[in-house]
Each structure stands twice: as structure tokens, then as C-alpha cells.
Design a protein around this ligand. Structure first.
Ligand code: GLY
Length: 658
């Protein structure tokens, strides 16, 4: 279908267009494939240029952001000159007012910043909350009108002769011998000498890169007509869970929630309420301003929240994605560095910090992109030996579920403890970070569940609401939704996890595979991170993974039976084939069985009865935590093969014969 261009860019959002403009200006012929221009994260943003206000720690990302900020004035001037359009660039500075004194108001910073005390702050920006004690002023930061920027970039690309193909869905990237050979789309195939993947939060539909959506909800207010000034705010206000971005034309943009809910669309009442409450708390003037528009978008996020930039395992494919909260700011530097890499084969040294293979723990097995794991490779030392020890090969990655990292691989339950004190101490002793709660039993105040949800500190542990007691798919979907509300009410706004249990059988408590699959399909569609409890059925596990479940949870033996791992052969097959974490759930009765499951290669365990009903649940919690960690370490260390005959412990060669 398409002719051959020098470069084919997959993704017509901010990064794709910025790169296309840069390359075309350097003399390349460029085609851009865009599925849905309006869905791009660049449209949803507020347009802040805020490396300091965003509190990025010193390091490669802060450096990248500062370099991009420095490029901004020339970059927008170029785009405006090309198109005759304005992008609303406004170096207005950012004010970060504080309700409590920061620990170090005069401390070092990576760029100039100034502390304003209460009276300076009120003079500088009248109308702020009387409760504020002062604020930081970041004079070098500012904003661009991101929607104007998107339109201008699109126009600039077309003015320069970029072939911008809109409404085109890329279905596959064909590879051969570490080269991309063509791109298959809804309107036919496209070929180029070089390819760029800039598909934002949707990149994972094409390659198994660890990029996932992080939803942000936003809204805008209008400065009321008849107000003394067209825009009462002279700079951006950056507060707790809120930023308030004034546009010169009299609009005020409020953002943004941070939600891990997949591609779950829509504004929610809770999301908008959170933004309005925080904004009015900071700048009470806003309470009478009319609401103009609400919207949402999906930030492209990686496990370490750094972008993926530069080379890929295919020699003619370059990656530019995962800019998370800083896409608007990072557009000029991304275009510059990627443009230089492709056209001049010059790799800026800074790019090495953003290489895709930082997510691969086994560098030798990464010849094909298909081997990319979905988990980060932040090394976590499991032994006391120094990391520099060449014999230490047991570094681990955290357990990663739906983009969230956990150090502990033991999940625990909350039912069956004799009292809440035992429960709290046992959970603490076990080191568990994920704790499951039976939504139905909590909501109906079933025996032992009255006040249970409030008895735990949900700032410390991640709630895994479960649908225990549901006998059908419909019931489970309904209870999952109640669970999500329960997590929200208890402060976990972004918790979309659900442990899915559909159990019609009261005697063996075996899950219904068909009902589980049906409910999982529905819940995944509705944006839940679904962790289904299943019999150890490898085909069902694969099917659940394919429809988007974030783990599979095969049972070792019936719930509460303490019979241990009775399904070892099938669990091994599930582990061998799974690309999502395998959590062995139910039946584990003792620490040795916990270790056994982990030695088999399970990614995590869920244990309730064996801990809660032990004579000493606190000691047993600790023992189970240790056994889980020991089993994991043993799995990583690699056990010896089983042999039929003995093999002497001391070598026989070199023996002294008398
Ligand atoms: N750049 C701010 C945000 O992503 O919400």
C-alpha cells in the first residue's frame, strides 16, 4: 500500500509528530501513522513545563527535563514560524504553596528556586488560602497550551511535507533477522528504511514493552465575566494532588488524578471531586468559577517512570515512549536526540539511562524483542554477599502486578483470625504487602468481619478485595465493584485489583471455570486488574491471561484443607507457560509447602488458614514469610538434579593411595 519513506513513525501523538518534524527538517522523507489524534496524551495534558515543581530527583530524568526546558523557546519559535500559529508558550513560573513548613526551605536545588514566606506569598499571588505558611517559587518553569501545540505540530509536519496518515490502526510490526521488514495496518502494509515506535500508552499492543496507561482526569474552569482581571492567576499553582494552570485567555486548567485503572474511560465523580476540593483548598477564589469542561487521558508509564528512548533489538527500529508525567516538557529533547540518532547515528550519552533493556534481567536472552519481560529489573539483593561478587547471580526483581511493585511474595488473608490484634501482628510478622479481604463478608458484617476493613492500616498494605461467597459470574462482577468502592473509601483511590472467586460448590470450594472466565472478561473490560482463583488448569490459565488477567492463581489443594500442593504437575505447566505472575493460592498448610511452591517457580503465594488457624498465628506468619523468601531464593539459586545413585561429597580424583 504505502510507498517507501526514509522513516515510518508509528504513533501520531506529540512524540511522533515532534520526531517527524525534526527528521523531515533534516531532509528525511517521513510517514506518520496515527490511529486517533484526539486520544493522544498530549491533548489531555495541562502543558506544564515543571521539572522542579514535579520534584524529579537529581539524575538522568531531571537532566533530560532541564535540557528540554532550555530548548523550548527556540523550538516553539520554529514551529510558530513554520505555521503562523501560536502555541501559547508562557514562561510564567510556578508557585508551589505549602500548608506546612518544608524541612529544608533553603536547601540545594537543581535550578533556581526561592522560598516566599506567608506575607510575600500573599502579596505575590492574592487570594491564596490563609492557611498557607509560604511557598516555593520556580521562576524558570512555565507552560505551553498543549492543545495548540498539538495542532501546530500537526500543521508543521504537513507544511514540511510529512505524509500524515490518520485513522490508521497498526496491526503488527513484521520482523526478520532483527530488522523490521514492514508494518501491517488497517489500510495495508507500509515499508521504510527506518521505523520509530511512538505509540504512547498503546505501544504494548504492538511489542511487549513494559509501558502501561496511567489515567489522569482533568477539568477546566472559566474566569467569570465581570471579574476584575481576565486572568487573576499570574503563574501556575502546584499543590498537593493538584495543579492549577491559568491560560492567558481566561481559562484555568485543573489536574490531574493518577489512576492505575487500565484504559478505563470517563470522568468519575470521585476524580472530579478530588481535583475541585484540592484546588479550592489552595485557592478559594475558584469556588464560584463556572466549570467549562472535564476530560481524561492516559499517560504512557513504565515501571520506573522513566521514558524508553533510543535503540531497540531491531537495528532499524527506534523507541520513543513512556514519558509518563513529563511528555509535554520532554518533546523537544526527545525529537532532537531521536532525530540525531536516526539521521546522524549519534547517540547522546544521556540516552543510555533510558535504554529499553534496563527492564531485562537476563541481557543474554534479549536478542528478540519478544523476550522483553513485563517487569522491571531493579536488582534486589537476596543474599548478604556484596553485589560486586561475580558469583552472586541471585538478584531478583520485585513482584510486579498490573504495574505495581511488591517486595514480599507472600499475600495473606484476613478471615479466620481469632482477633484483630493477632491479625495485625501476624500480617506484620509475615512481611505481606498484599492482603485480601472478602468484600461480601465485610459488607454484611459476617462473624469475625465486623470492623475488619477499618482494623488495618491501608497506607501500609495494598488491599486485594475478593469475591468470596459469589456463586455466579454476575454476583462476582457486582461484588468486585463493591470491592473497588470499599478500597476507595479506605483511601486506595487507584486500587482496581480484584481477586476473582466464583465458587458454586460448597463441599470442596472448587471454582467454576466457566463462570470465572465470564466474570474475568467483563471485569477486564471494565478496567479491573483481575487476579482469578482457579483450579490448576493450564488451558484455563492461558485463556485468562490472554483476555488480560494480571495474574493467575491456581489452587494447591482445596481452600483451608492444608493438604499442600496436590496439583504440582499442572501448576508446573502453568508456571512454564505464563507471562503473568502465577500465585499459588489455597491448600498450603506449612512453611515447607510454601517453600516447595516457590521452589517450583511460583511468583507468589496466598495463604490464609494455615496462618490464621495456627496455634501461634504471629510466629506462623513469620515462618511463612521466611519460607516464601527462602523458596524464592532457592528457585533463583537453582537446585541440583535428582539422581538415582549416590555421588560422593568429596572428589575421588587426587586421592592419596596407601
Ligand atoms: N504533568 C502532570 C501530570 O501528568 O499530571
Amino acid at each position: 500500500m504505502g510507498g517507501t519513506s526514509d522513516v515510518l513513525v508509528i504513533g501520531g501523538g506529540l512524540m511522533g509528530l515532534a520526531i517527524a518534524v525534526d527528521l523531515q527538517q533534516q531532509g528525511a522523507t517521513v510517514t506518520v501513522l496515527s490511529r486517533d489524534f484526539q486520544a493522544a496524551a498530549g491533548h489531555a495534558a495541562a502543558g506544564m513545563l515543571a521539572p522542579q515543581a514535579e520534584e524529579l530527583p537529581p539524575g538522568p530524568l531531571q537532566t533530560l527535563c532541564q535540557r528540554s526546558l532550555a530548548l523550548y523557546p527556540d523550538w516553539v519559535e520554529k514551529l510558530e514560524a513554520l505555521t503562523g500559529q501560536t502555541v501559547g508558550y508562557w514562561p510564567c513560573g510556578i508557585l508551589a504553596p505549602q500548608f506546612t513548613l518544608p524541612a529544608n526551605p533553603t536547601g540545594a536545588a537543581t535550578a533556581p528556586r526561592y522560598w516566599l514566606d506567608r506575607s510575600d506569598l500573599q502579596q505575590f499571588q492574592p487570594g491564596l488560602s490563609e492557611q498557607l505558611v509560604g511557598g516555593w517559587w520556580f521562576p524558570e518553569e512555565g507552560q505551553v497550551d498543549n492543545r495548540l501545540l498539538m495542532q501546530t505540530l500537526s500543521m508543521a509536519a504537513q507544511t514540511l511535507g510529512v505524509d500524515l496518515q490518520t485513522g490508521v490502526t497498526v496491526k503488527g510490526i513484521q520482523q526478520r533477522d532483527r530488522q523490521v521488514t514492514q508494518v501491517i495496518t488497517s489500510v495495508g502494509s507500509f515499508r521504510a528504511h527506518h521505523y520509530v515506535l511512538a505509540a504512547g500508552a498503546w505501544a504494548r499492543e504492538l511489542l511487549p514493552l513494559p509501558v502501561f496507561p496511567c489515567k489522569g482526569q482533568m477539568l477546566s474552569l472559566k474566569v467569570p465575566s465581570g471579574y476584575p482581571q481576565p486572568q487573576p492567576l499570574g503563574q501556575i499553582l502546584y499543590g498537593e494532588q493538584i495543579y492549577i494552570v491559568p491560560r492567558q485567555g481566561g481559562q484555568i486548567v485543573l489536574g490531574a488524578t493518577v489512576e492505575t485503572v487500565g484504559f478505563n474511560p470517563n470522568n468519575t465523580a470521585a476524580g472530579i471531586q478530588q481535583l475541585l476540593a484540592q484546588a479550592i483548598r489552595l485557592y478559594p477564589e475558584l469556588q464560584s468559577f463556572p466549570i467549562q469542561e472535564c476530560w481524561w487521558g492516559f499517560r504512557p508509564t513504565t515501571p520506573d517512570e522513566l521514558p524508553i528512548l533510543g535503540a531497540s533489538p531491531c537495528q532499524n527500529l527506534t523507541l520513543a515512549l513512556g514519558h509518563h508525567r513529563n511528555g509535554i516538557l520532554l518533546a523537544p529533547i526527545t525529537a532532537t536526540l531521536i532525530g540525531r540518532l536516526i539521521q546522524q547515528q549519534v547517540a547522546d550519552p544521556l540516552l543510555s539511562a533510558f535504554a529499553w533493556d534496563r527492564f531485562c534481567s537476563d541481557q543474554s536472552s534479549t536478542a528478540a524483542l519478544l523476550t522483553l519481560p513485563a517487569t522491571p529489573a531493579t536488582p534486589m539483593q537476596l543474599a548478604d554477599r556484596p553485589l560486586s561478587d561475580p558469583n552472586l547471580s541471585t538478584s531478583d526483581t520485585p513482584l510486579k502486578i498490573a504495574g505495581r511493585s511488591f517486595k514480599s511474595r507472600l499475600m495473606t488473608g484476613t478471615g479466620k483470625f481469632d482477633n484483630f490484634d493477632d491479625m495485625r501482628h501476624s500480617l506484620a510478622a509475615s512481611g505481606s504487602e498484599i492482603v485480601t479481604v472478602a468484600v461480601r463478608r465485610v459488607q454484611t458484617n459476617a462473624p469475625g468481619h465486623e470492623g475488619l476493613a477499618e482494623a488495618l492500616d491501608w497506607k501500609q498494605i495494598w488491599m486485594l478485595p475478593n469475591t468470596a461467597g459469589c456463586q455466579s459470574a454476575e454476583e462476582a462482577v457486582r461484588v468486585a465493584k463493591l470491592g473497588r468502592e470499599m478500597a476507595k473509601l479506605l483511601g486506595q483511590e487507584d486500587n482496581n485489583f480484584v481477586k476473582l472467586e466464583v465458587i458454586p460448590d460448597a463441599k470442596y470450594l472448587l471454582p467454576d471455570p466457566i463462570g470465572t472466565l465470564q466474570a474475568a472478561e467483563q471485569l477486564v473490560r471494565e478496567g479491573f486488574a483481575v487476579l482469578p482463583y482457579i483450579n490448576a488448569d493450564p488451558l484455563l490459565a492461558k485463556r485468562l491471561e490472554e483476555i488480560g488477567c494480571v495474574t493467575v492463581m491456581p489452587l494447591g489443594s482445596p481452600i483451608g484443607s492444608g493438604q499442600g500442593i496436590r496439583n504440582a504437575a499442572n501448576i508446573e505447566i502453568i508456571i512454564e507457560n505464563a507471562q503473568v505472575p502465577v500465585v499459588v493460592d489455597a491448600g498450603i498448610g506449612s512453611p515447607s509447602e510454601a517453600a516447595q511452591a516457590m521452589e517450583m517457580g511460583a511468583d507468589a503465594l496466598l495463604i490464609n488458614t494455615a496462618i490464621a488457624k495456627a496455634k501461634n498465628p504471629i510466629a506462623m506468619g513469620k515462618a511463612m514469610g521466611m519460607a516464601t523468601a527462602a523458596g524464592r531464593l532457592a528457585y533463583l539459586a537453582g537446585r541440583i538434579p535428582v539422581k538415582t545413585y549416590a555421588s560422593a561429597s568429596s572428589p575421588l580424583s587426587g586421592r592419596i593411595n596407601s
